[in-house]
Design a protein around this ligand. Structure first.
Ligand code: PLP
Length: 396
C-alpha cells in the first residue's frame, strides 16, 4: 500500500474508491452481499480470479471497509491490513490465527486487561505455553525466548504506567530464534511510532481510540505483510466473523482524515500538562514518555517522534487524594476510554485494573494514587487551569 505521499496526505486520500457518481466523501456501502451478472462471474469471484472488485460477502470484505483498511495500511507503511469489529477482535485474530496447541509465546506482563486475559487465561486453555516478562527488561526477553517460541507480544507503550518497550531490541531477540513480533501500538499511535519500521512483524490497533478519536464507534485493525494478512489472518477472521461494520468503517475513515492534526494537538497538550503536574506539590510522580525523568526516556526518544497523548501521575495522598481530585474536575471527564478529542481521566486501581491482585498492581506500579489522563484537543491552558484547581483540592 505504500505510495509517495506523506502521512497527512495519505490520511485524507489513500485507499479512496469512487463510485460512478464521483462523490467527494467516501460512500458507505451498507450491503451484506453483492450480485453477479452471471454464473461465470460468481464462479470467478469465488475462485479469487477477479482481484480488484471481487467482493462476495461483507463478512469477507466490503468496499467501505476496504477503503479504511487501505488507508490505515498506507499510514503504517504496511503491505496489507484487515479491519475488525473491535480492538480486541484484532488482538485475538492476530494471536490465534498463528498459534496452535504446543506453541510457546513470550508476552510483556503490563497489558490492557483484555489482552492479559487472552495471553494469561485463554491461550493456555488451548495448549499454548505463555511466559510473561517485564517488557522493559531486555535480559528477561532473552532469558524467556526458546528455539520453539512462535511469537512475542507486547504493548509498545504500556497501560497505565506508560513504560516504553524497546522494539528494535526485542525484535532482535525474537528474530534470533525465528519468533515473530506482534505489537499493540494503541497508546503510542501510528502518528508517533512506526512499529513495522522498528522491527515489528504484525501491528495491532484498537481503532476505537485515536483513529475514531471522537468517542463514536468500536473497531480494530491488524497490519502486516500481504502473505501474513491473506494467508493466515484473513482466513481466521473471515471465518470467525469479527468483521468491521461498513458504517463504522466510514466513521473511522472520517476519523483518519484528522488523526495527525488531533494527535499532534493532544501531544502538545500532554507535554504542557506534564509540566503543570510536575510543578505541583500534591504530585509525587509524573509518567510521561516525553519527559527527561521518564525511566525509558532514551528509548522513547529513539522510537517515538513525540511524547504521545497519554500521561499518568501519582498523587501523594493515595486513593483519597485521587478521588478528591476527580470530584474537583470541571472540564476533564472521568472515563476509562482514551484517545478521544475530549480529555478523559481514570483511576486504574479501582477501574481498568481493579481485577488484578494487589501484588500484581504493586509490581506494575499501579499505586492507589495513580491517575491516567488521556489528553484531548481542548486548549491546554483551560486543561491546566482545571487540573491545577483539582490538584489544590486534592492537597487540601
Ligand atoms: C482499548 C484497547 C484495546 C481493545 O480495544 P477495543 O476496541 O476496546 O476492543 C486493546 N489494546 C489496548 C492497548 C487498548 O487500549
Amino acid at each position: 500500500m505504500s505510495n509517495s505521499w506523506t502521512t497527512r496526505t495519505n490520511l485524507v486520500h489513500a485507499g479512496t474508491r469512487r463510485s460512478q457518481y464521483g462523490e467527494t466523501s467516501e460512500a458507505i456501502f451498507l450491503t451484506q452481499g453483492y450480485v453477479y451478472p452471471d454464473g461465470e462471474t460468481a464462479e470467478a469471484r469465488f475462485k479469487g480470479e477477479i482481484e480488484e472488485e471481487g467482493f462476495i460477502y461483507s463478512r469477507y470484505a466490503n468496499p467501505t471497509v476496504r477503503m479504511f483498511e487501505e488507508r490505515v495500511a498506507a499510514l503504517e507503511g504496511a503491505e496489507d491490513c484487515f479491519a475488525t469489529a473491535t480492538g480486541m477482535a484484532a488482538v485475538n485474530g492476530a494471536l490465534f490465527c498463528q498459534l496452535k496447541a504446543g506453541d510457546h509465546i513470550v508476552s510483556a506482563r503490563a497489558l490492557f486487561g483484555s489482552c492479559l486475559y487472552i495471553v494469561e487465561t485463554l491461550l493456555p486453555r488451548f495448549g499454548v505455553e505463555v511466559t510473561l516478562v517485564d517488557g522493559t527488561d531486555i535480559e528477561a526477553w532473552r532469558a524467556a525466548v526458546r528455539p520453539d517460541t512462535k511469537l512475542v507480544f507486547f504493548e509498545a507503550l504500556s497501560n497505565p504506567t506508560l513504560e516504553v518497550i524497546d522494539i528494535p531490541a526485542v525484535a532482535e531477540v525474537a528474530h534470533a530464534v525465528g519468533a515473530r513480533v506482534v505489537v499493540d501500538n494503541v497508546f503510542a499511535t501510528p502518528i508517533f511510532q512506526r512499529s513495522l519500521e522498528l522491527g515489528a512483524d504484525v501491528v495491532v490497533y484498537s481503532a476505537t481510540k485515536h483513529i475514531d478519536g471522537q468517542g463514536r464507534c468500536l473497531g480494530g485493525v491488524v497490519l502486516g505483510s500481504t502473505k501474513f494478512v491473506r494467508e493466515e489472518l484473513e482466513t481466521y477472521l473471515k471465518h470467525t466473523g469479527a468483521s468491521l461494520s461498513p458504517f463504522n468503517a466510514w466513521v473511522m475513515l472520517k476519523g483518519l482524515e484528522t488523526l495527525d492534526l488531533r494527535c499532534r494537538a493532544q501531544a502538545a497538550g500532554a507535554a504542557h500538562l506534564a509540566e503543570t503536574l510536575a510543578a505541583h506539590p500534591a504530585v509525587a510522580k509524573v509518567l510521561y514518555p516525553g519527559r527527561a525523568d521518564h525511566p525509558q526516556t532514551a528509548v522513547a526518544a529513539r522510537q517515538m517522534t513525540a511524547g504521545g497523548t497519554m500521561l499518568s501521575f501519582d498523587l501523594k495522598g493515595g486513593k483519597e487524594a485521587a478521588f478528591r481530585f476527580l470530584k474537583a474536575l470541571e472540564l476533564v471527564l472521568i472515563s476509562n476510554n482514551l484517545g478521544d478529542a475530549k480529555s478523559l481521566i481514570t483511576h486504574p486501581a479501582t477501574t481498568t485494573h481493579q481485577r488484578l491482585s494487589e501484588e500484581l498492581r504493586a509490581e506494575l506500579g499501579i499505586t492507589p494514587g495513580l491517575l491516567r489522563l488521556s489528553v484531548g484537543i481542548e486548549a491546554p491552558e483551560d486543561l491546566a487551569a482545571d487540573i491545577t484547581r483539582a490538584l489544590d483540592a486534592a492537597a487540601g
